[in-house]
Ligand binder design. Structure first.
Ligand SMILES: C[S@@+](CC[C@H](N)C(=O)[O-])C[C@H]1O[C@@H](n2cnc3c(N)ncnc32)[C@H](O)[C@@H]1O
Length: 464
């Protein structure tokens, strides 16, 4: 993640409204200069040029010199060039340009249903954000939890009551909103409605992360919107027992709790420091009333299936992987050698984790396997290896359920097992890949203006 990225597009910074301090900061403390690096069309570039010109003319004092650019690691890049030009073919050039350009990366804002986030929603809409998924009606909590939850909410409400009802002064340039609206209407027939309230923007506008507020839950979580797809694929229902086998820092556990109220969610993380981060995430986002339903455990995920065999309805394996984005920017010196060696060892660990997950899930239950790398040896090859020796596992098609309906927002690559698609377009195309191959999993690849991913996901059902 890039720290301290500019929140772009805040052309209202000099206006004073009775917003609470943290939202005033969002509205007023940022320069508002749009980055014209990876934009889709000349119309987009015009919007940006117009916006920045007005910005610079009207408030020169807000222009800041750009933050120090992060440098990528040449050796890792060469390694990626070699591997991904083979695995992704023509697509690799555009993926590469996005990976090397952190200012072009988009961020999603996932609202916390356990807080009153009307004010945040208002600011997001006023800045041209819109929801990724058609909204389902607000979730209800089981009766016994409701009173306690309402009490938790009251704490948050106090600071939000002074909000102005009229936000007409906060309208964003219509031009920058159009593409996402178009994408939304295209997708409206397809994407499943969901209680997940994730807001995204066509441009790489970065909402600042929310500081700790003593006694109050955080209202939103910033994330790569593609990381919601494994959670959607998990289809968690109220009352289910769910295991998040590799849980830290807790983004997907948080998202799971936005989708439903499971009877029990076990968040497992063997690394102590990462487990601390996980615990903090859960404390910052979930009301105390849910603490009896959410547990943190510290097992090696490889042995989880033995110790808790066939207990869970749903298991998420968001596996340790060679995270393409962070490896490209956080590897230096000896770390590079070490990381490349580690890359070779990861598939074995991933296979063991996925097998363990299949042991932990009940017959008829489902396991979702995900990574944030495009490497086929950590993705399709892992799923294939597990299917070979787990005849009880059946892969399910996410192409129809997730890739096609969400193709306006995400770019799904049909590349698999080293096969090279000979096309520049990565929009799902029927008939390109056999139905068996499609069932092994789907891969989101970052593209200009759809910079989400990398994210691979596969869903296996344990036969009854
Ligand atoms: C990709 S991260 C998980 C991210 C998390 N699901 C989220 O959304 O915030 C993978 C995690 O797996 C953990 N891990 C590594 N080896 C593991 C093992 N043997 N068993 C379980 N988890 C492991 C890592 O420490 C790391 O926190």
């Amino acid at each position: 993640m890039v720290k301290n990225r500019e929140f772009l597009g805040s052309s209202w910074r000099n206006q004073m409204f009775p917003y609470p301090a943290y939202l005033r900061r969002i509205l007023h403390d940022r320069s508002g200069i749009l980055t014209p690096r990876v934009l889709c069309s000349s119309a987009d570039r015009d919007v940006v040029r117009k916006h920045n010109k007005t910005k610079q003319a009207s408030s020169p004092q807000v222009i800041r010199t750009s933050k120090k650019e992060r440098s990528s690691c040449q050796l890792i890049l060469e390694h990626f060039d070699h591997q991904y030009s083979e695995e992704l073919g023509d697509l690799w050039a555009s993926v590469r340009s996005v990976l090397l350009d952190p200012p072009s990366w988009q961020y999603g804002v996932l609202l916390n249903r356990f807080t009153v986030a009307t004010d945040v929603k208002r600011v997001l809409l006023s800045k041209g954000f819109s929801t990724l998924l058609p909204q389902k009606e607000a979730l209800t909590l089981p009766g016994a939890l409701r009173t306690v939850f309402d009490a938790d909410c009251q704490t948050a409400k106090g600071s939000l009551s002074k909000f102005p009802s009229d936000n007409s002064h906060l309208r964003l340039d219509n031009g920058s909103r159009a593409p996402i609206q178009q994408a939304q209407s295209e997708a409206r027939s397809g994407p499943p409605s969901s209680p997940l309230q994730c807001y995204i923007h066509h441009f790489p506008l970065r909402f600042p992360s929310q500081a700790h507020r003593p006694g109050q839950l955080k209202q939103y979580y910033l994330l790569n919107a593609a990381s919601l797809l494994p959670v959607l694929a998990l289809q968690v229902q109220d009352g289910e027992k769910v295991l998040d086998l590799c849980a830290a820092p807790g983004g997907k556990a948080f998202a799971i709790m936005q989708c439903a109220t499971p009877a029990f969610l076990c968040c497992n993380e063997p690394d102590r420091h990462r487990r601390d981060r996980l615990t903090k995430t859960l404390e910052s986002f979930l009301p105390r009333s849910l603490s009896s339903r959410v547990a943190v455990s510290a097992q090696d995920g490889r042995s989880f299936g033995q110790s808790e065999a066939e207990i869970y309805d749903k298991v998420l394996v968001d596996a340790p992987c060679s995270n393409d984005r962070s490896w490209l920017f956080s590897s230096a010196g000896q770390q590079v050698e070490q990381r490349l060696k580690e890359r070779g060892r990861l598939p074995r660990l991933q296979v063991q984790l996925l097998r363990s997950a299949l042991s932990a899930v009940r017959p008829g239950g489902i396991v979702v396997y995900s990574t944030c790398t495009m490497s086929s040896s950590e993705n399709f090859a892992v799923v294939e290896a597990v299917l070979k020796d787990c005849p009880e596992a059946e892969p399910e098609d996410l192409w129809e359920e997730i890739a096609l309906p969400l193709s306006s927002y995400f770019t799904f690559s049909p590349a698999h097992r080293g096969l090279v698609p000979n096309t520049r377009s990565a929009r799902p195309e029927r008939g390109r890949v056999s139905s068996y191959d499609r069932r092994l999993g789907i891969l989101v690849v970052p593209q200009p203006c759809k910079t989400w991913g990398p994210m691979f996901l596969s869903r296996l059902r344990k036969r009854k």
